[in-house]
Write a protein that binds this ligand. Structure first.
Ligand code: PSV
Ligand code: MN
Length: 427
């Protein structure tokens, strides 16, 4: 068994004390209606993957201020996700980034994850940085590169990530390419697209039959003029040409300002091509802030499209969609930030489940815009936090995860164990 820095007994005591001072979460909501009961059960099932690269402090290009006690190894990253899962009951997997998380010992990686009741979510390849000793540089792209040897190296890396993912029990590969250009004239757009497609094809052909390929898009950064998978249209174009195992992945921070992400979600779902999510929030660009901290209403509207669209297609919210957080934290404690992100995702999901779909449908058909808005905002303005707490209570998780994290002095404990200067790998 894994060594836990938090014992289930501490959770039990915390919950007892919480119930004594606050009463039961559902108090004040009357008897639990069948509808509320359904939401609680859906919340108990819902799981969101934690990215291995979000467990330490993220830097900006101006600096980095470590939190102290950051995980120094994959084992410690797994242990941190195990702690998040213990506290919330809703984070049962970790998404790895290769080579950042490569240890060369997949058997031990699996054992470490199992000891924390975790499994491996999507594996991510990295052809946006040069690694020590790497033969060909990705300075001018990877799959789009003019040099066939550089392209071959990038393809080989992705195949290596699939091989490792198979040993870990992952079921998908997420490809995010930094390929693009920073100056007009630098790139022939069509050639860049064709080469990237050719590379993705070879990667796609190496997928096991029960795997998915997620193609993540991003409007800009690191390149500032064009990105070779720059928006959902381009990602969908690649996914469509590749075949049924290829899907688009939506990272909320990867759009131009004011983009209607909920509409993108609706149409990708309609096309059966929405594969997964990277949740975060932003004010200006790819800010990677805590989920729901800036635009919670937009998050709710996205979840509304997800709930409605998945139901319409008879999709299973767990098996048919990859839910992942992709945030970074340069001010907050990374674990506290992730606890807030998990809760924000659950809140938006619960609110979306409360939308009266039939009434909304009637209002839409009758062009009753006022009623349609009332229906959506009625769900959005419902305080669903007691439902989220109830789901955690029933799952044996903490009623107040951030509160317990602080009460139990877990960051201080991690600093004592790992050191104040311990730094996580990643960006
Ligand atoms: C790129 O901005 C991204 O969103 C991709 O998902 C990467 O894999 C991740 O962040 C970490 O760099
Ligand atoms: Mn992402």
């Amino acid at each position: 068994m894994a060594t836990l820095i938090l014992e289930p007994e501490q959770i039990r005591k915390h919950n007892e004390a919480f119930l004594e001072s606050h009463g039961s979460p559902m108090q004040g909501m009357g008897t639990l209606s069948a509808e509320m009961e359904k939401v609680v059960r859906r919340l108990m099932d819902f799981q969101v993957a934690i990215p291995s690269w979000a467990l330490g402090t993220g830097g900006t290009r101006f600096g980095r201020f470590p939190a102290g006690g950051e995980p120094r190894s994959l084992e410690e990253k797994i242990s941190d996700v195990g702690l998040l899962h213990l506290l919330t009951g809703s984070a049962d997997s970790i998404s790895l980034h290769i080579p950042w998380d490569q240890t060369g010992h997949p058997g031990e990686m699996v054992r470490a994850a199992n000891a924390h009741r975790l499994h491996f979510a999507s594996v991510n390849s990295n052809t946006f940085q040069d690694q020590p000793g790497q033969k060909h540089s990705y300075k001018f792209g990877s799959l789009q590169h003019e040099d066939p040897a550089t392209r071959a190296q990038a393809i080989a890396h992705n195949l290596e990530v699939i091989r490792l993912g198979r040993e870990l029990g992952s079921k998908s590969l997420t490809v995010w390419l930094a390929d693009g250009s920073s100056y007009p004239g630098q790139l022939n757009f069509r050639r860049a697209f064709q080469r990237t497609l050719e590379g993705l094809r070879l990667i796609y052909e190496a997928l096991p039959p029960d795997w998915k390929l997620f193609i993540e898009y991003k409007a800009y950064e690191p390149h500032f003029y064009s990105t070779t998978v720059g928006d959902w249209g381009q990602s969908l174009l690649y996914a469509g040409k590749l075949g049924p195992q290829a899907f688009t992945l939506v990272d909320l921070g990867h759009h131009l300002a004011h983009t209607n992400i909920e509409q993108i979600v609706a149409l990708l779902l309609m096309e059966g091509k929405l594969g997964g999510f990277h949740f975060n929030d932003s004010k200006y660009g790819d800010d990677d802030l805590t989920v729901g901290c800036i635009r919670p209403y937009q998050l709710f509207l996205i979840f509304h499209e997800l709930v409605e669209g998945m139901e319409e297609r008879g999709m299973d919210p767990l098996a048919d969609m990859a839910w992942m957080i992709d945030a970074s934290h340069n001010l907050k404690d990374p674990l506290e930030d992730l606890l807030q992100s998990i809760e924000a995702v659950q809140i938006a999901y619960a609110q979306a489940l409360l939308v009266d779909q039939d009434a909304l449908d009637r209002a839409q058909q009758g062009n009753d815009i006022v009623e349609a808005q009332e229906i959506l905002q009625d769900a959005y303005r419902t305080d669903v936090r007691p439902l989220v707490e109830e789901a955690r209570l029933r799952a044996g998780a903490a009623l107040d995860p951030v509160g317990l994290f602080r009460e139990a002095g877990l960051r201080e404990l991690l600093i004592r164990q790992r050191g104040a200067g311990a730094r996580a790998t990643g960006l």
